[in-house]
Design a protein around this ligand. Structure first.
Ligand code: MTE
Ligand code: HPA
Ligand code: MOS
Length: 764
C-alpha cells in the first residue's frame, strides 16, 4: 500500500475540470456577474479617433450636460502619476497633448448607466491635428522609431561559418498579428472600502500588476488597493498587461466619486483599444553543408511593437530564445528590433514571441529544401537537437526529446505511408491537392525574466478537516485550479470535495507574477506542495504523540490514519480536531522560487529555462484548387506532457493551442488601414477557427518520458507549446500548392488565407 497513493481518492488523473459543472450551468462568475452595490456607476472610455496627432482641443461640455452623466475624468484628474508602463514607463493612462494610436484612451465617462455613458461619448467633440502614421515595422525601422535598444544572441561565428557552407539561402518572412479574442472582454469593478481603500475585481492575469499601477496612478500605497480575481473568460496573454488600464480607470472613478464603478469594454471597444500578437517582418540567411547540416543561421526580427512598450521587450527576448526551434545550430546570430508604430501597443499572446521566431527558421528550412529539390523533413531531421547541445543563449539541452518525439510521430503514425498516400492522391487528382508537413517544437519553460519565477501559497485546514487554498494562480480556462486542488487532495489524501480553491486576491497572496509563461501550475503548484507537505509533517507529529508511535510510521490514506500500513481508529477529521486542541498551527504559507535558473543579459548567456517541452506534429491538408479553400484531413501529434497529472485538461490545452496556432497561420487576418484604423474590427471581418477549421481528426499521443523534477509532479507545462504545431499547417498548404503549380515561388507571408492560396495556385 505504501508509495502507491495513486490508487486512492487523493489523486484522480482523470478528474474533471472543477469548473465544468458551473460553466455548463452558466453559474460561473465573471466580472460582469459580480453583485453590484446600490448606486453603482457605469463607465465608458472615450478614445482617440486618429492614430497619431496633436490634440488641439476636446469639448466635453455637451456630454457633461447629458442627464445621468456623473463625471468625465481625464489626465487632469490623476492624483498620482499618469503612467501605467510596466517594463518601460512610456504609456500614459490617458492621452495628454498627443495621441499615438487609434483607440488610445483620452477620458472616462462615468454615468448612471452604460447606455447614458455611451450616448455622452458621442457628444464629445475633439480636434486633432494629424501627424504622419507608421503602421508597419519596416517603416518604423527606416524612421529609426524604436521602443528600446536592439538585442542580439550570438553563438559561434556565422560570418566564418557561411564561408564553409555548401549552400546558402536568404529570404524574408511576415507573420501577422492575432487577436486574443477571450470570450469575456476586458473589465473591472471598483468599490470604495473604508479609509479611502479600494477593492478592484478585475479580469486580469496579473493582480499585482493591477494593484501596483492603480497605486501609482492614484498616488497611494499599494496596501490601499485590493485586487480580486475569481476567473477569466479567457486571457491568452491579452490580460497579462492589458487588463490594467481598465481596472485603474474604474478605481480612479471610485477614488473621486466614492462610489462603486463598473467598466466593461464592449467587443468593439475591446478590439479597437487593445493590442494583439505582434506582427513580425523578418529576414533570414541559412547555410548548410552538403549533408544538410545547418552550419550557420542569421535572422533579423522586426517586431511591430505598437505605440508603447507594454511587454514588447520581453516578447522580443523570447523570439531570440526560440529562433532555432528544435534544431541545433552551431553558429547563430539573431537580432530583434522592437519597432515603435502607431498601432495599439501589441502584447502577450500564447507563445509570447516564440512562434514568431520559430516560423522564420521553418521558412528558411522550407526555402533551402525547395532550392535543393528535397523535402524539408530531410533537413529538419538531421538537425534535431540532441543531448548536451548548446542553445544560442548558452543553456545546455538536457533530457532532450526532440528526436524521440520526431521518431515516435513518424513510427506511431506510419509517416512514410501517409506521405505515400499524399503522393498517390496528388498523382491522380488535379482539382484537389494534398500537402503534408512535419512540425517539431521546443519551448522553454520559465519566465525569461528570471526574477519573475516565484510564487506563494497559503493553505488553511479548517477544524472539520476541509481545506482552503490561496495562490497567485489565475484560472482562465487552462484548468490550473483543478491541478492545484489535485495537489492538496493528493498530499493530504482527502476527498477533493473537501478542498476549495479561493479567489486570487492580493491580500492573501502578495507581490505575485502574472499567470503566464505556461508556468502557473509549476510555480504555484510547487509552493502549494511545499505548504501542504509542511502541514502534513506537523499533523503527523501530533498523530505520533497521540498514538505513541514514531511519526515515520504514520501515513494518511483516504482520510484515515495508518500506522505501519494498518488502519487505526483515528480519522483525518478527528486528527485535525486534536491538532487544534494541541494548539498546533493549521495554516501554512510557503514560498517557491525556481532553482538553477539564471541569466546574464550583458553577455546574453545563461540558463533561463527550468526545462524544455518537446513534440512533433504531422499535418495533412487538402486544398481545393478551384477555390483556394482547404481543409485539414488530419493532425497527428506526439507531445511531451511529462507525467501528466491531469490528462483531460492537458489534452484540452493541446487541442486548444493547436486551434489557435492554425488560426494564426491560416485565417486570422488583422488589418489596419494606412491611417492606423483597425479594419478587422468585428467578427464579420476577422475569421477565427471553428470546429470545422481544425481537422477532421486530431490524434495526440503522449510521449512516454520520465517527466521533469522542475515540473509540478513531473507534469510538464502545457499551456503554450502546442500552439506552435499550427506552424506546420502553413507548410502543409504550401506543399500542396507547390504540387499543383510548379511556377509557384515560395512565400513566407502568414496567414495563408484562401485568397492567398488561390493567387499562389495560378501565379505564373
Ligand atoms: N487556456 C484557456 N482555456 N484560456 C486561456 O486564457 N491562456 C494560455 C494557456 N491556455 C489560456 C489557456 C496562455 S497564453 C498561457 S501563458 C497559459 O495558458 C497560462 O496558464 P498556465 O501557466 O497555467 O499554463
Ligand atoms: N512569458 C510570458 N510572460 C512573460 C514572460 C514570459 O517569458 N516574461 C515576462 N512576462
Ligand atoms: Mo501567456 S502569452 O504567457 O499569458
Amino acid at each position: 500500500m505504501k508509495n502507491n497513493i495513486k490508487e486512492h481518492i487523493g489523486l484522480k488523473q482523470s478528474m474533471k475540470n472543477i469548473d465544468s459543472y458551473t460553466h455548463v450551468r452558466g453559474e460561473s462568475i465573471y466580472v460582469d456577474d459580480v453583485n453590484v452595490r446600490e448606486g453603482t456607476f457605469y463607465a465608458v472610455v472615450f478614445d482617440s479617433p486618429k492614430a497619431h496627432g496633436k490634440i488641439n482641443s476636446v469639448d466635453y461640455s455637451k456630454a457633461e450636460q447629458l442627464e445621468g452623466v456623473q463625471r468625465i475624468l481625464t489626465y487632469k484628474d490623476i492624483p498620482g502619476e499618469n503612467q501605467i508602463g510596466g517594463i518601460i514607463p512610456d504609456e500614459p493612462l490617458f492621452a495628454e497633448s498627443k495621441v499615438h494610436f487609434w483607440g488610445q484612451p483620452i477620458a472616462l465617462i462615468v454615468a448612471e448607466s452604460e447606455f447614458i455613458a455611451r450616448q455622452a461619448r458621442r457628444l464629445i467633440e475633439i480636434d486633432i491635428e494629424e501627424l504622419p502614421v507608421l503602421t508597419t515595422a519596416k517603416e518604423a525601422k527606416t524612421k529609426a522609431s524604436f521602443i528600446n535598444e536592439p538585442r542580439s544572441f550570438n553563438l559561434g561565428d556565422t560570418e566564418k561559418a557561411f564561408c564553409d557552407c555548401d549552400h546558402v539561402f536568404e529570404g524574408e518572412t511576415f507573420t501577422n498579428g492575432q487577436e486574443q479574442l477571450y470570450i469575456e472582454t476586458q473589465g473591472s469593478y471598483a468599490e470604495p472600502l473604508e479609509n479611502g481603500n479600494i477593492k478592484i475585481t478585475s479580469s486580469t492575469q496579473g493582480p499585482t500588476q493591477v494593484q501596483k499601477a492603480t497605486a501609482n496612478v492614484l498616488g497611494v500605497s499599494m496596501h490601499k488597493i485590493e485586487v480580486d480575481v475569481t476567473r477569466l473568460g479567457g486571457g491568452f496573454g491579452g490580460k497579462e498587461d492589458q487588463a490594467t488600464p481598465w481596472a485603474v480607470m474604474a478605481a480612479l472613478a471610485t477614488y473621486h466619486l466614492n462610489q462603486s464603478v463598473k467598466l466593461i469594454l464592449s467587443r468593439h471597444d475591446d478590439l479597437r483599444m487593445t493590442g494583439k500578437r505582434h506582427p513580425y517582418e523578418s529576414t533570414f540567411k541559412i547555410g548548410l553543408t552538403k549533408d544538410l547540416k545547418i552550419l550557420a543561421y542569421e535572422a533579423e526580427f522586426l517586431q511591430n511593437s505598437g505605440a508603447a512598450a507594454d511587454l514588447s521587450p520581453a516578447i522580443a527576448e523570447r523570439t531570440l530564445f526560440h529562433a532555432t526551434n528544435s534544431y541545433f545550430v552551431k553558429n547563430v546570430k539573431t537580432t530583434v528590433l522592437s519597432c515603435k508604430t502607431n498601432l495599439p501597443p501589441n502584447t502577450a499572446f500564447r507563445g509570447f514571441g516564440g512562434p514568431q521566431g520559430m516560423f522564420v527558421i521553418e521558412s528558411a528550412i522550407a526555402k533551402a529544401a525547395n532550392e535543393l529539390g528535397i523535402s524539408a523533413q530531410k533537413i529538419q531531421e538531421v538537425n534535431l537537437l540532441k543531448e548536451n547541445d548548446e542553445f544560442s543563449y548558452g543553456q545546455i539541452a538536457v533530457q532532450v526529446e526532440a528526436g524521440n518525439s520526431w521518431n515516435s510521430a513518424k513510427s506511431n503514425y506510419d509517416f512514410d505511408n501517409l506521405k505515400k498516400e499524399v503522393k498517390e492522391f496528388n498523382s491522380i487528382n488535379s482539382a484537389f491537392k494534398k500537402g503534408i508537413a512535419l512540425m517539431p517544437i521546443t519551448f522553454g519553460i520559465s519566465f525569461t525574466n528570471t526574477p519573475m519565477n516565484h510564487a506563494r501559497a497559503l493553505v488553511h485546514i479548517y477544524l472539520d478537516g476541509s481545506v482552503g487554498i490561496s495562490t497567485a494562480a489565475v484560472e482562465m480556462g487552462q484548468g490550473v485550479n483543478t491541478k492545484l486542488l489535485q495537489i492538496a487532495a493528493q498530499v493530504f489524501s482527502i476527498d477533493p470535495k473537501k478542498v476549495k480553491i479561493e479567489t486570487t486576491n492580493t491580500t492573501r497572496v502578495a507581490n505575485t507574477s502574472p499567470s503566464a509563461a505556461s508556468s502557473t501550475a509549476d510555480l504555484n503548484g510547487k509552493a502549494l506542495l511545499k505548504a501542504c507537505n509542511a502541514l502534513l509533517e506537523r499533523i503527523k507529529k501530533v498523530a505520533s504523540n497521540e498514538l505513541k508511535v514514531d511519526s515515520g510510521t504514520i501515513e494518511i490514506i483516504d482520510e484515515n490514519v495508518y500506522v505501519n500500513n494498518s488502519k487505526t481508529d483515528l480519522s483525518w477529521a478527528q486528527l485535525i480536531g486534536i491538532t487544534m486542541l494541541k494548539r498546533v498551527a493549521l495554516s501554512e504559507n510557503a514560498h517557491y522560487a525556481t532553482p538553477e535558473i539564471h541569466y546574464d543579459k550583458t553577455k546574453e548567456k545563461g540558463h533561463p529555462f527550468a526545462y524544455h517541452v518537446y513534440g512533433t506534429a504531422i499535418i495533412i491538408t487538402t486544398i481545393d484548387c478551384t477555390r483556394g479553400t482547404y481543409i485539414f484531413d488530419t493532425i497527428k501529434i506526439v507531445h511531451d506532457f511529462g507525467k501528466s497529472m491531469s490528462k483531460g485538461i492537458d489534452l484540452g490545452q493541446a487541442e486548444g493551442a493547436l486551434a489557435q496556432g492554425i488560426g494564426w497561420m491560416t485565417m486570422e487576418e488583422i488589418a489596419y488601414g494606412k491611417d492606423g484604423r483597425l479594419l478587422s474590427n468585428a467578427l464579420s471581418t476577422y475569421k477565427v477557427p471553428d470546429i470545422f477549421s481544425i481537422a477532421k481528426t486530431i490524434d495526440v499521443l503522449p510521449l512516454h518520458t520520465e517527466g521533469n523534477n522542475m515540473a509540478i509532479l513531473k507534469s510538464k507545462a502545457v499551456g503554450e507549446p502546442p500552439l506552435m504545431y499550427g506552424i506546420g499547417a502553413y507548410f502543409a498548404i504550401q506543399n500542396a500548392i507547390r504540387d499543383f503549380n510548379p511556377n509557384y515561388e515560395l512565400k513566407f507571408h502568414a496567414p495563408m488565407t484562401p485568397e492567398k492560396v488561390l493567387m499562389s495556385l495560378y501565379e505564373k
